[in-house]
Design a binder for this molecule. Structure first.
Ligand code: ASP
Length: 331
């Protein structure tokens, strides 16, 4: 018995040592081919823009191309499903925003468990959102818009990026605050929403500044409010929803990068360190600022911070979607 036990111990020690060496060498050689970064929304939209700037900077630092691929549909859950099923080897990653947590409660059944299906890499940015309308919508202020919706809401349309998307969440909160439902029109991302808004095919949307900054500046759309606590220095004329009459209305789209669950820890750490370095890059900071957002603080671009955020947001989502279903103004 003793001999057998010693033999088992020896074999286990060899196996552990082998696993340690091979995992270290996995990370050492990583990445030795292009990485795919899945974006669960359409090209040219809010999340896509953040993804491309971040991917470009991380590619430079890793010495390996990061290919951005738009895996769109179903409010971002199609891309998230693909990422959850990908090989956990660090060569398929996902960038997603707050919608990854709202979908967890809005969808009756998802093919993945949001809290456990991913190996979080780190947070990227928390983008403000803006309530905007087609360029010829009669109201000029948020107060006028609220009155207008109350009178004409039955004939109006609100474009969003699908069930559970940030624009859907913002729209639901907005309609709840106004006290009137507007017909929602789901798209595969806010890039096509923006095209239709500018072309006057739909009336309203709420989207991240990473997609709305240029159309607002170019007066291609009407802007009514920003969803942050305070006004943005770069958009001083745009009131916050709170000061324009919707008390306590605040929503932001936090973004994070994930690998599939089971990705070796060394690879996760390497990607997280690279993300932190990318978020310090002056060119990335400038490009984020140009679209009215900024990188998260360095200690949030970590697996621990993103994991904590994801779990707490799924739990918060559970509370406020229940409240929304009851018709209470939340969150
Ligand atoms: N901003 C969109 C959303 O509402 C998605 C996108 O196109 O990036 O979630």
């Amino acid at each position: 018995f003793r001999e057998t036990f010693m033999q088992i111990k020896k074999t286990a020690a060899i196996a552990i040592a082998f696993a340690m060496v091979s995992s270290a060498s996995v990370a050492q050689n990583y990445p030795n081919r292009p990485i795919t970064l899945l974006v669960p929304f359409a090209a040219g939209g809010a999340t896509d823009t953040v993804a491309r700037v971040t991917a470009q900077t991380m590619s430079k630092l890793l010495g390996q191309t990061i290919v951005v691929e738009n895996a769109t549909g179903a409010g971002g859950t199609i891309g998230a499903t693909r990422a959850s099923r990908a090989d956990p080897d660090g060569y398929t990653l996902l960038i997603h925003h707050i919608g990854i947590s709202t979908a967890a409660t809005l969808y009756r059944k998802l093919p993945y468990d949001t809290k456990t299906a991913f190996a979080p890499i780190g947070l990227v940015t928390n983008a403000p959102m803006t309530i905007i309308g087609r360029p010829d919508l009669p109201p000029n202020t948020l107060a006028e818009l609220v009155t207008y919706i109350k009178a004409n809401g039955d004939k109006m349309t609100f474009g969003n990026a699908g069930l559970g998307a940030a624009s859907h969440l913002c729209g639901m909160l907005f309609m709840t605050a106004v006290g009137k439902e507007v017909l929602t029109v789901p798209y595969k991302g806010n890039a096509p929403v923006m095209n239709d808004l500018i072309a006057k095919q739909i009336d309203l949307t709420c989207d991240q500044t990473t997609n709305t900054t240029a159309p607002i500046a170019g007066k291609l759309v009407k802007s009514y409010a920003i969803t942050t606590k305070t006004r943005l220095g770069s958009m001083p004329d745009l009131p916050t929803a709170d000061e324009a009459g919707l008390k306590g209305f605040e929503v932001g789209a936090w973004h994070g990068i994930y690998a599939p669950k089971g990705t070796p820890d060394d690879i996760v750490r390497k990607l997280s360190k690279t993300l932190q370095e990318a978020l310090r890059d002056p060119d990335l900071v400038k490009r984020f600022n140009d679209i009215n957002t900024e990188p998260v603080p360095q200690d949030e671009a970590t697996p621990e911070a993103l994991k904590a955020k994801l779990v707490s947001e799924v739990d918060r989502g559970t509370t406020f979607t229940v409240k929304l279903r009851r018709g209470e103004a939340a969150p």
